[in-house]
Ligand binder design. Structure first.
Ligand code: FES
Length: 153
């Protein structure tokens, strides 16, 4: 039995320690907002934040994050879209197919917690590991700035 602190709540779960965190979240905790992309930490679709830092959940063993570290997934931002980053994403109408976007948003949340008013280069650097096959990068950059204006920190 491993206990995971997910979105502010402890979840004792019967999972093997080497199970990828992404499987724990999607298949065991039924939090399916985090996506499987490449499975090799190359695309960023599976990004969640652990103790405030973005982490690729597809290659992270469950046991590595089951000791009281705070795991934040897209579901933990808000259920009604009221989180500043979610609001900015909706205002700018960022999403195309949507597959990469929970990862983009989680990387943005981590960035804004560290740098509340990021420059273009801060944004490009922080989100360089989050690929978007639809090419929404200009809208993502605008939405990060809009989220910064809306007061995410
Ligand atoms: Fe389609 Fe990013 S919106 S992959």
């Amino acid at each position: 039995m491993l206990t995971f602190n997910i979105n502010g709540k402890d979840h004792p779960l019967e999972v093997p320690g080497d199970m990828p965190l992404l499987w724990v979240l999607r298949d065991v905790a039924h939090l399916t907002g985090t996506k499987f992309g490449c499975g090799m930490a190359q695309c960023g679709a599976c990004t969640v934040n652990v103790d405030g830092a973005p982490l690729r959940s597809c290659i992270t063993p469950a046991a590595a994050v089951a000791s009281g570290q705070k795991i934040l997934t897209i579901e933990g931002l808000s259920s009604d879209g009221s989180h500043p980053v979610q609001r900015a994403w909706a205002e700018i109408d960022v999403v195309q197919c949507g597959y990469c976007q929970s990862g983009q948003i989680m990387s943005t949340v981590a960035l804004l917690a560290k740098i509340p008013a990021p420059t273009d280069s801060d944004i490009d650097q922080a989100l360089s590991g989050n690929l978007c096959r639809c090419g929404t990068y200009p809208r993502i950059r605008a939405a990060v700035k809009r989220a910064a204006d809306l007061g995410e920190a």
